[in-house]
Write a protein that binds this ligand. Structure first.
Ligand code: DER
Length: 232
């Protein structure tokens, strides 16, 4: 099975969690993009839902596809968010942010009663950290904040090669929807993600990080032969 077939399979399976009248968070990334496309087909078929996009890219896709949109200001409580992940562990802790949308994704996930993650077996790990951890930082004082982040890794006994994410032209730093930069931190393994999450959010200049702990309620994962639903 190709990657696209796996992604499409989990995207369609996630529709089983969508009910009439739901207030939805719409995720970001290549897998979430397929979910939004399949959701739009159901909307065209008469399904009534409203969506809060987790990125400008998802907003543009959802608008063009005719999914009614709202904002967290107007709709502060969501029933369900469907989103991708770069990595997940047996306790459904995630690393997200590969697509650069982690700030709005985490805000939307925290506002949602349930978070269904659509992913595939290649992202399953026993210990988080194989995927470089994205850390979203304010552009002001970027160098100082980077030093603080590296010091936090050292204090926690973590290896930590930090690199500033560049945009597609590879000449300028990537800028998020929120106007911030992203540090990609190659840690290898994060045995105590809660401790690292706590350390990172206490660094002035760190806006958010890609550790999603206690947010995912369900992971839908596919391999070549079947689709698994993990969690409730
Ligand atoms: O950037 C993100 O958080 C994306 O959701 C990412 O985690 C998954 O993107 P993918 O579906 O393209 O692998």
């Amino acid at each position: 099975a190709t990657q696209d077939e796996l992604k499409s399979r989990v995207a369609v399976r996630a529709l089983d969690f969508v009910q009439e009248g739901m207030r939805l968070g719409l995720g970001t990334g290549t897998t979430a993009k397929l979910f939004v496309a399949h959701l739009a087909e159901r909307v065209r078929g008469g399904l009534n839902v409203v969506g809060v996009p987790t990125s400008e890219a998802t907003r543009a896709q959802a608008e063009a596809a005719g999914i009614p949109l709202t904002t967290l200001d107007d709709t502060p409580e969501l029933d369900l968010v469907v989103d991708g992940a770069d990595e997940f562990d047996p306790e459904l802790r995630l690393i997200k942010g590969g697509g650069g949308a982690l700030l709005r994704e985490k805000i939307v996930a925290a506002a949602s009663r349930r978070m269904v993650v659509i992913t595939d077996v290649s992202k399953r790990v026993e210990v988080l950290g194989r995927f470089p951890l994205p850390v979203e930082v304010n552009r002001f004082g970027l160098g100082a904040t980077t030093r603080q982040v590296e010091a936090a890794f050292q204090r926690l006994g973590l290896a930590g090669a930090v690199s500033l994410r560049l945009d597609k032209t590879l000449s300028d730093p990537f800028v998020t929807d929120g106007g911030h930069h992203i540090l990609d931190c190659r840690l290898g393994a994060i045995p105590e993600p809660e401790r690292l999450a706590e350390a990172l959010v206490n660094i002035p200049g760190v806006v958010e990080h890609g550790l999603f702990i206690g947010l995912a309620t369900t992971v839908i994962m596919a391999d070549a032969s079947q689709t698994y639903v993990i969690g409730r």
